[in-house]
Write a protein that binds this ligand. Sequence first.
Ligand SMILES: *[C@@H]1O[C@H](CO)[C@@H](O)[C@H](O)[C@H]1NC(C)=O
Ligand SMILES: *[C@@H]1O[C@H](CO)[C@@H](O)[C@H](O)[C@H]1NC(C)=O
Ligand SMILES: *[C@@H]1O[C@H](CO)[C@@H](O)[C@H](O)[C@H]1NC(C)=O
Ligand SMILES: *[C@@H]1O[C@H](CO)[C@@H](O)[C@H](O)[C@H]1NC(C)=O
Ligand SMILES: *[C@@H]1O[C@H](CO)[C@@H](O)[C@H](O)[C@H]1NC(C)=O
Length: 303
Amino acid sequence: MAWKVRLIAGAILTCLFVALYSQSHLPVPKGREHAGNSQSAIGDDGRRRRKNGDNHQDVLAVIVPFRNRFEELQTFAPYIHGFLNRQHIPHLIFIVNQVDKYRFNRAALINVGFKYAKNQSTYMVMHDVDLLPLNRNLSYKKPGKAHVMHVAAPGLHPKYDYPTFIGGILIISNEDFAKVNGMSNLYWGWGLEDDEFYVRLKNADMKVARPTVTTSKSNTFEHIHATRPRDMTKCFDQYNKTRKRDRMTGLRNVNYTLVSTTRIVIQDTPLTVLNVQLKCDFQMSPWCDCSKQRPNTTITAKT
Ligand SMILES: *[C@@H]1O[C@H](CO)[C@@H](O)[C@H](O)[C@H]1NC(C)=O
Ligand SMILES: *[C@@H]1O[C@H](CO)[C@@H](O)[C@H](O)[C@H]1NC(C)=O
Ligand SMILES: *[C@@H]1O[C@H](CO)[C@@H](O)[C@H](O)[C@H]1NC(C)=O
Ligand SMILES: *[C@@H]1O[C@H](CO)[C@@H](O)[C@H](O)[C@H]1NC(C)=O
Ligand SMILES: *[C@@H]1O[C@H](CO)[C@@H](O)[C@H](O)[C@H]1NC(C)=O
């Protein structure tokens, strides 16, 4: 049943994408030209950069793990595009759309998005689709070596406020993300993948920088998601296993098929959609599919 709903939702999403694509005549954005069939890095203007004597070629890949959130995407994409343009940050946006039948795996999707984007970018922001930065002083610049910038910091994020929280929006250089072997691929369902990633960063002596802004929890971000259930089911030994550091999986062995890629434009914002079929290693993480076992705990929290 849920699978059917997902299929139908997927079909609707595809239709919408196709409709948007054909309406928009896919403008070639002004700015830096890139070889290949990628998006051009947009948002900065080469002339302005040269005038400022700032010739570095950093390009930000915005990596958005995604499934069935098309309404939020329609708000998010033009918003983040405008936000980054105001900071003169050349950027490319990648929507990593999970199309397999397993539970949502945010971290594995980020790994896949990174692998695809890394040739066209020098750093990335892993970005929740439902979190809009309101404060223009939140910088999306590349962090220094061995530093990550946790934009959605505790105390600023509308919801999460524990000291080691690094979810929501996190900026990291390509070099540093590769160095820690990306994120664990074992986190199917909602939560904890970012806590495991925090331990990877800590073990690699990377520092988590946080923005210094004058706004607070209530007015730094806008959470745009509709009330919806989160997949907090735990089955097999997921509960215990996902509370341990994973030294086995990550960027280097994320297993998937890139089914297709589509370039779409939402308003004036070009995006690349990666349709990704994740593979599940049932030895390592049988909880990618809880339908095969009666879950120990099923909590469906409304958020
Ligand atoms: C990235 O670049 C490397 C080296 O040029 C190449 O081997 C690889 O296929 C490229 N990957 C993608 C996803 O384009
Ligand atoms: C951003 O920073 C500038 C300079 O410090 C300050 O004047 C301004 O009020 C800040 N804006 C916000 C929204 O915090
Ligand atoms: C999980 O951990 C709890 C508490 O340490 C323990 O009681 C339980 O037996 C463990 N379950 C599994 C499947 O390892
Ligand atoms: C990737 O997944 C496929 C299908 O489940 C499996 O046959 C293959 O062995 C996996 N490859 C790796 C490297 O894990
Ligand atoms: C969950 O269920 C499995 C199989 O029924 C069992 O082996 C495991 O100990 C349970 N885990 C917890 C935390 O209760």
